[in-house]
Design a protein around this ligand. Sequence first.
Ligand code: MRU
Length: 349
Amino acid sequence: MRTITWDEQKAVVKLIDQSVLPMKFQFVELTTHDDVYHAIKNMVVRGAPAIGVAAIYGMALAAREYKGQDLNALKASLAAAGKYLNLARPTAVNLEWGIQRTMKMVDEFEGSADQLKQKILDLANQAADEDVATNMSISRFGAELIADGDAIVHHCNTGALATVDYGTALGVIRMAHEQGKRVHVYVDETRPRLQGARLTAWELEQYGISYDIITDSSSGYLLRSGKVDKVFFGADRVAVNGDVVNKIGSYMLALAAYDNAVPAYSVFPLSTVDFNCPSGENIPIEERPQAEVLNLQFNGENVMPEGASARNFAFDVTPHRLISGLITEHGVLYPPFCRNLSLLKPKGV
Ligand code: MRU
């Protein structure tokens, strides 16, 4: 199941529409970089690694939207498209990573406008393939931490849907299952967008992995009652000191895990590390529309009083002291994260 593909015949980017799953399994076709911007903003595509690859496809579409042959004019319109796409969502650094990766190639490119258009599309396809290989590697390293019979709390959706394929934190669980280990997953429903209840549960159904959906506030009770062996979640941006910004609720989950001496792991590719960011406090936290919180219905009726107001923080910061290990495609990192992450810093960043 690939979340993002390029359809060469139609010259469109095809995405699994995550805003309607699991009620409907359908694809959307994107023809312009503006389509990609809105797909990211409205969470038709979501999850940090998927957003990063979608951004590069957005740049490929932006290049094709320029119909002239002037290389400098094409480069200028790509710079503008990159700035625009970068505004779609502020927190997951993979968006910026995808655009910067493309713009580095654009800036260094010499040749014809048509050649550059093709090169950006090739880069998008390459980044998509790399993402899958990276996730397989992450999952192999992570699966070594899972023992037969483990009960695991998982937050948000970090599976195939949140990446190009296979997933990160959910990929680790999936790999352990494929290796024959018996695992049971407690799926945080993940209010308000319900990525856990809708998307993670849907994926676990496909893989035949045992699970129960729990309300977000249940994990503290479960952890305290000794029913959980490990906690796994993803990351949207990791600071160089190992602080992890991830889906709202990750911090409270990590706190409860720490208080009960249950190991909590954050799982992500190196493209999610912001090597320019010293700590989690400097990371922008997206605040989404109130309606996502207020539109809750019970028995077919609106739950909240008319005129109610809400705050809808999409992410939070988990301080590195609460995290037992960071799982990347290069292996599992243990404290001191600052030193161990800096050893993985790519050249030129
Ligand atoms: O708002 P979302 O659904 O894009 O948030 C996603 C998460 O927080 C994931 O945990 C994170 O992106 C890692 S996905 C491999």
